[in-house]
Write a protein that binds this ligand. Structure first.
Ligand code: FES
Length: 425
């Protein structure tokens, strides 16, 4: 009798264990199959993204940045989201509701803004701040308040104080050469300061959405918690993607900003901190922020033996601007055919004439320094806002202009005088 009960318990237990094992095995098989399908989809996404972006890049290199549409297209401001004390995101849908062309993460939109009191539309460029979507574009814009010596930004004030949901805006196609290079197999480091996060966030969300498996580091510097953009989204991405590492520093943390919760360290980003966080410096580096931050970081990376070709930068002031580290400049004033001090630049309409100065980075900078007004927006040779007629003389370009110009025209934002020069401005 006892033996019979023991046998019953034995076989019942064995059966239960078998059943549980079978269920575990089925669950395991299901999750393996789901993982395999998901990773296959991610790989397919990534391959698709790479081929799309490679094609865009090839077109860009062969044909120049031919725009996705000519001139301007009307967009409706579908939604405005307050992102921080000074920043708002504007979600833009085309008025014709046709699918939107893609763009290279890192590019910007050029707006022609009907700013009250201005005789002509004010042209401004703002980075696209989300990954490419077929229904909408997003730009996140910071209100530039100005200082004692500089007025508030015309473009940002217009967006923050005049633009409402439902308004229509004239927008040029995505443009810009500060773009993510998915053909480079190296892992990526993104270095952002303040509103400079916007094009880098577009790169980051594109990479992670398409199953990028290489490590991605984002070093994000902000003054304090009130300017910390996309905080929850970035934290969520860092939890969801093991290959994404987020390092936030507040340069002037406030009392209610919490270390280790809101930010990882206080103070400025240093080379030592970068080296502590990165396993090596063998990365592609993308930098965006104010001019001082970008030039300082570029020089820091160069001092850490990062090759110039692995440093991609864009800085901004009143408007967005693609830059290279100083040592990357292909031409410098000293290589022009006349010695800098002997060259004169004559601004015909302004009635002024000045000796060229070797520290001027472009004819546009030089003109502005001497009070000569030339329209500008991208400051990178892409939007055509600064197009100026040459009365006599020649210019040389510091980087290939994104627009074709006539032989008697130039883009002062990316050119230098090549000898004596007379401009119509
Ligand atoms: S400012 Fe855009 S081309 Fe010069």
């Amino acid at each position: 009798m006892l033996q019979g009960i023991q046998q019953l318990i034995f076989w019942t237990g064995t059966g239960l264990i078998g059943l549980v094992s079978l269920r575990l095995a089925i669950a395991c098989l299901r999750s393996c199959s789901r993982w395999w399908q998901e990773s296959r989809l991610s790989r397919q996404h990534l391959i698709l993204l790479q081929s799309q972006l490679q094609q865009s890049r090839r077109n860009f290199q062969k044909l120049g940045p031919s725009p996705a549409w000519q001139g301007t297209r009307k967009f409706q401001v579908r939604k405005i989201v307050v992102e921080s004390t000074d920043c708002r995101s504007f979600y833009l849908v085309p008025e014709d509701e046709k699918p939107l062309p893609g763009f290279m993460p890192g590019q910007y939109l050029t707006f022609q803004l009907p700013v009250p009191g201005e005789p002509r539309p004010v042209v401004r460029c703002y980075s696209l701040s989300e990954r490419p979507r077929s229904e909408w574009y997003r730009c996140t814009i910071k209100q530039e308040w100005g200082t004692e010596s500089t007025p508030p930004g015309k473009g940002s004030s217009f967006f923050h104080q005049q633009v409402e949901e439902g308004d229509l805006l004239e927008v040029k196609a995505p443009a810009g050469q500060f773009v993510l290079d998915v053909t480079d197999p190296k892992p990526v480091v993104l270095l952002a300061a303040g509103i400079g996060i916007t094009p880098l966030y577009s790169m980051l969300s594109t990479m992670l959405h398409h199953g990028w498996t290489e490590p991605v580091y984002l070093f994000y510097s902000v003054r304090d918690g009130s300017g910390h953009l996309y905080k929850q989204t970035l934290n969520d991405l860092a939890v969801q993607h093991r290959n994404f590492k987020l390092i936030v520093n507040y340069t002037a943390a406030k009392e209610d900003d919490q270390p280790d919760i809101d930010y990882h360290f206080a103070g400025r980003l240093t080379g030592e901190l970068i080296l502590q966080r990165l396993p090596s410096t063998n990365f592609q580096f993308y930098l965006c922020g104010p001019g001082g931050y970008v030039s300082g970081m570029s020089e820091l990376l160069l001092s850490l033996q990062v090759p110039e070709t692995d440093i991609h930068t864009e800085s901004f002031g009143p408007s967005s601007r693609a830059t290279k580290p100083r040592s990357l400049s292909e031409n410098s004033p000293s290589t022009t055919s006349s010695s800098p001090s002997s060259m004169q630049v004559n601004f015909e309409q302004s009635g002024t004439r000045h000796h060229w100065e070797s520290d001027a980075e472009s004819l546009l900078d030089f003109a502005e320094k001497h009070g000569v007004v030339i329209d500008s927006a991208c400051r990178a040779g892409n939007c055509g806002s600064c197009l100026t007629r040459i009365r006599s003389g020649k210019v040389k370009y510091t980087s290939p202009p994104g627009l074709q110009t006539e032989s008697n025209e130039c883009l002062p934002c990316v050119s230098l005088p090549d000898g004596e020069l007379v401009l119509e401005a």
